[in-house]
Design a protein around this ligand. Structure first.
Ligand code: SAH
Ligand code: SF4
Length: 362
């Protein structure tokens, strides 16, 4: 049985809503479309239209027989999100895209651009829930009441929608938008399969990153149930007491267990690279002692750490760290053999930096 949620429209409740075909795993498509064994190649053709040519209207899929196009159109839809608005950062060109779901909920995604060898690269920061139930003290999403999980087609719809809205190819995906991806596990898992599948969006393992506040049981399940990708684990503290203050719910799993699950993911046959995220908050977790503790936790491992200077959220008591504290923290980790990347904020002037997506669109 599929366990993901369905969205019902608010203004068209009496009209039966067509479901998105993308809610189903690919292996169920032949049966869903009523195809015989000899007609299974039609699924390939259909996927080519959907993922490669980006056609959203079954009627235009001219290599499919007329009858199949018609029955697909009667039963299913492909796009479930409407592009609502956009804000562009004057500072760095980051684009906050606001989509509207069928039930009227607003879903933010952020398109970030950067230069890499070979030219400009674009990444998309995706949402997985409306609001977030995890209530981390420093995060804007955590202040919004949890409203619902996004469906598979709403997760994938952000990729279609972003490419259509920006006219740019999205090169990599970051599940770092609104919500806790692993709390929407079954929909996330199906979306990941579609994103990584060569028949689907065909993203490489290194171009997909899922960020979690450290839900240990789901992290362990990812080892065997999800396609290979990067896992980012939000640590934010090197001791359980500080972590409990910052992430009261996620810290129900002690750091020791979170790390154990992270190493299991890194070592597992299906697992990929693990990165630890550490938001630096002035006077809370940015001391020399904290840096030493963190490096002790990661010592002897192949560990990557993303240091993220805090993006202030209006109404919250936390502050950006001082530059000298950031440098000191970074230096301690680097001198102990840890790979560190300092993540400078992008799009923070339009409420699109990490943890700011819960701020309403302006
Ligand atoms: N729920 C997931 C993914 C979304 S948040 C998670 O918590 O990992 C993506 C990253 O942004 C997380 O590491 C999160 O802790 C961090 N973050 C949240 N609020 C922030 C803020 N105001 N400034 C900087 N980073 C923040
Ligand atoms: Fe939710 Fe992540 Fe924000 Fe915590 S940091 S409230 S888990 S989105």
């Amino acid at each position: 049985m599929m366990s993901h949620q369905r969205v019902s429209g608010t203004h068209s409740q009496d009209i039966p809503r067509r479901e998105s075909l993308l809610e189903w795993p690919f292996h169920e498509w032949p049966a869903l479309l009523g195809l015989s064994a000899s007609e299974k190649y039609r699924v390939r053709q259909l996927m080519e239209w959907i993922f490669h040519r980006r056609v959203a209207d079954f009627g235009q899929m001219s290599t499919l027989p007329q009858g199949l196009r018609q029955s697909l159109g009667e039963k299913f839809t492909l796009r479930v999100l409407e592009f609502a608005s956009r804000e562009i950062s004057k500072r760095d060109g980051a684009q906050r895209l606001n989509f509207r779901a069928a039930d009227g909920k607003s879903i933010p995604a952020v398109c970030l651009s950067g230069k890499e060898e070979g030219g400009e690269r674009h990444s998309l920061c995706l949402s997985t829930q409306v609001g977030c139930a995890w209530g981390c003290a420093f995060c804007a999403s955590g202040r919004l009441k949890f409203q619902r999980n996004l469906t598979v087609s709403e997760i994938l719809g952000q990729v279609f929608g972003a490419e259509e809205a920006t006219g740019k190819k999205v090169d990599s995906l970051l599940f770092m938008g609104m919500g806790e991806p692993l709390a929407n596990y079954s929909n996330l898992r199906l979306a990941l399969h579609a994103l990584r599948s060569p028949m689907g969006f065909n993203y490489g393992a290194r171009h997909v990153t899922v960020s979690t506040s450290g839900l240990v049981p789901q992290m362990l399940k990812l080892c065997t149930e999800a396609p290979k990708m990067n896992l980012a684990v939000s640590l934010h503290a090197a001791d359980d007491e500080t972590r409990r203050r910052l992430m009261p719910k996620a810290a129900e799993w002690p750091i020791k267990e979170v790390l154990k699950a992270a190493w299991a993911y890194q070592k597992g046959a299906g697992g990929g690279r693990v990165t630890f995220e550490y938001v630096l908050l002035r006077g809370i977790n940015d001391s020399l002692r904290a840096a030493q503790r963190l490096s002790n936790l990661l010592r002897g491992r192949k560990a990557w750490v993303n240091l993220i200077p805090y993006n202030p959220v209006p109404g919250l008591p936390y502050e950006k760290p001082e530059e000298v504290a950031v440098r000191r923290f970074e230096e301690v980790l680097v001198t102990r053999g840890i790979f560190v990347r300092l993540r400078r904020p992008q799009g923070d002037d339009i409420s699109s930096g990490c943890g700011q997506l819960g701020n309403p669109a302006r």
